[in-house]
Design a protein around this ligand. Structure first.
Ligand SMILES: CC(C)(COP(=O)(O)OP(=O)(O)OC[C@H]1O[C@@H](n2cnc3c(N)ncnc32)[C@H](O)[C@@H]1OP(=O)(O)O)[C@@H](O)C(=O)NCCC(=O)NCCS
Length: 251
């Protein structure tokens, strides 16, 4: 169980950081990964009542990684803190599964009242750009993106993009997406949008995707034609023997 969670975390980094070259490199050189792992320990201590020990563990983590996560904060699965230096995550913050946080991000509070929710909740799949400050006890909706250096002071809807100081919504939802189902399909198809930039935003990527779909459709039609011809007794040379190097296109 513990081992499979660690593997899942390493796999997450491999998928989301284009610069990650090997699992060994991820295991040894990613402070964000170390911070999340050590936070699990400090959070367990905190919730079991060893408050000082939990706090001390989080302090040691901060010295080692430059990332400060309060032991009371709730961090979901496959959360990736990239680079991480200067990240501060407050006591009542909650980070959903599959969120990505870049260096210099603060999930902070604006009130001094103890025992109330002072820090934000990130729903699943949120990307928070470098240097962004998300301040207050509101929710940042699933799959939304916070631009680098934004200062977010109120709730962000699902799938939205917020930038600026104070942050404003520039895209209410990802391009070509008008339902949760479509959003999930888009994320499955495009994979993780590194640095918050999705393939669907980029016209060149869109054209390449259309070309890939077109090539696949052509390959299927050719295969069907070959099958029909050989069923009708027409001797066709194997596609690979026809003098043209033909291999199925590997997406
Ligand atoms: C917010 C973000 C996700 C938007 O990406 P996008 O959907 O590709 O948006 P675009 O680049 O097309 O920009 C759309 C508009 O928002 C503006 N904008 C984009 N990012 C912004 C930011 N961080 N702050 C202020 N304005 C921003 C653009 O100037 C553009 O404005 P315009 O329409 O008036 O020209 C992206 O810009 C971002 O900040 N990603 C985080 C990257 C990061 O932190 N990387 C760290 C790697 S170590």
């Amino acid at each position: 169980m513990v081992f499979s969670r660690l593997q899942e975390d390493i796999q997450t980094v491999m998928q989301r950081d284009p610069a990650a070259r090997s699992r060994w490199e991820v295991l040894t050189c990613y402070p964000g990964l170390h911070a999340v792992w050590l936070h699990r320990l400090s959070h367990a201590l905190w919730t079991k009542g060893f408050k000082w020990l939990g706090r001390f563990c989080s302090h040691i983590t901060r010295i080692l990684t430059g990332i400060e996560i309060h032991p009371g904060a709730i961090v979901g699965r496959r959360v990736f803190i990239d680079h991480g230096l200067g990240v501060v995550i407050g006591e009542t913050a909650e980070i959903g599964d599959d969120c990505t946080i870049y260096q210099g991000v603060t999930l902070g509070g604006t009130s001094f009242y103890k025992g109330v929710k002072r820090h934000p909740t990130l729903a699943h799949g949120v990307i928070v750009g470098a240097g962004a400050k998300v301040l207050g006890g509101f929710t940042v909706g699933a799959h939304s993106r916070i631009g680098s250096n934004a200062v977010v002071l109120k709730a962000v809807p699902e799938g939205a993009t917020a930038v600026g100081i104070p942050a404003k919504i520039i895209l209410a939802e990802p391009a070509h997406t008008d339902s949760q189902e479509q959003l999930a399909k888009l994320c499955d198809k495009a994979g993780f949008p590194a640095y918050g930039v999705t393939a669907s935003d980029d016209p060149v990527s869109q054209i390449i995707n259309q070309l890939i779909d077109h090539i696949n459709a052509q390959e299927n039609r050719i295969d069907t034609l070959y099958a029909l011809l050989s069923q009708s007794g027409v001797q066709c040379p194997e596609r690979k023997d026809s003098g043209v190097k033909v291999e199925h296109f590997d997406i």
